[in-house]
Design a protein around this ligand. Sequence first.
Ligand SMILES: Cc1cc2nc3c(=O)[nH]c(=O)nc-3n(C[C@H](O)[C@H](O)[C@H](O)COP(=O)(O)O)c2cc1C
Length: 464
Amino acid sequence: MKFVILNGSPRETKSVTYQYLRYIEINFPGNEYIVHHIGRKIKKIEKDQEYFDSILKDIAAADGVIWIYPVYLLLIPSQLKRFIELVFERKKLSYFQGKNATSISTSANFYDHLAHNYIHAISEDFGMRYYRGYSAEMMDLLKKKERKRLLNFTKQFIIQCENKLETAKVYSPLTFDYPIYKPLNVIMQPKTKKHKITVLTDALESDISLNNMIETFVKLMPCEVSVVNVNKINIRGGCLGCLNCIADNICFYPDEHMEIFSKYTVEADAVVYAYKTQDRYFTSRMKIFQDRSFFNGHRPVFKGQQQAFFVSGPLRQLPILREVIEAIPEIGRANLVGVVTDEYNDSKQITTLIQNIIDGMLWGIEHNKYTRHKTFLGVGGHKVFRDLIHMYQIIFPQDYYYYKKEKLFDWPKIFFGGFGFILKPLMRSSYFRKRFFAQAGKYQIKMYTKVVKKEEDDNNKTKK
Ligand SMILES: Cc1cc2nc3c(=O)[nH]c(=O)nc-3n(C[C@H](O)[C@H](O)[C@H](O)COP(=O)(O)O)c2cc1C
């Protein structure tokens, strides 16, 4: 069998993920493995058409395509995203048509499912039969049990390729047929408030709806707004995963990213991320900006910030992107005020929704940086980060000190506290357990009714 491997890691052969492939190669020696280091060579791939075409030719002659990548900021690295964009832009989907595909990633299993779902959807868009991928925790290859699992996964993929087995389709093709957003009668509001507001965007001149959404926001917001366009700032390239930044949170690239990130996003009271969709995510240019924020480590520097997203494109058909949008503020302990898209036939509705975002942002800023409750996205995310930073405290010293100072190592306490010592042995008795559970519900509700009753009493007292 002939496999083409598309390696998204900018670390090329020094990549952790690549070692998983090497392990497979050694265990299945009868096959041919052609590796393309997309993550490292993306600039050459983009400029050198012949080189790009040679990759496509390899794909056309292959029995299977294996995407391998590290998870970067809830998705794949910007470089691999750019490669996917090139395939769409240059209309080269036919080279992938009918191939078998799968993926292997390494990560800390933090939102790895989104990266996998994205690659799954893209593989289907490319017309491939996608066999569900393998998401390894980065240390898995060091464990015997996990190595065995990896080999079994590979065996199954090879069977898949040999027999050209059908796979169930999960994603529908995308459509978008909404009119351009054209705001009417939007009057510039006096800039009476002093809050620091930023719009971060990747809009080109041709992105009329997105530019109009930004213009409406700038006009209606009663504060000055800084609009930062990631296409107009000096960003020299995507994150290379070199990890030089983690000791003191400084990226090695001599460009404007760090300054813009700190001055216009971290220090702002509110930020609107105004992006268009490209294939099933935002653009790779925007992803470069996101990936490069890794220099900041895992500290929730956006705590209490009011955030919103303006999206041009079919977001209602993009559950993966929707989850990213909802997860980012929760992970960062910011407040997601709302998401406005241009999926409306009536421009008036979009203007109203932008006004609602402004009202929500001001309300949040002026109410002690109000932040909505967290869901699993934020709660689960925090626990994974917390454990990771505790485990790798030598490697992430700045994160570790921050987590300690902010009391983010919030390990769970045993319910019933000290009583646990008495209750634990008693619970071994079935007689005691039965009596305990007969009363448990009542006691549980009693804790809540006590709080509610106290609130009622306090309110009655203040009324008097
Ligand atoms: C810029 C950057 C972003 C990352 N984002 C994530 C993430 O969102 N989720 C996760 O589980 N791991 C994340 N990681 C960890 C990598 O996925 C992990 O270290 C991976 O094994 C690196 O593989 P590689 O050596 O093949 O590039 C990130 C690492 C970097 C450098």
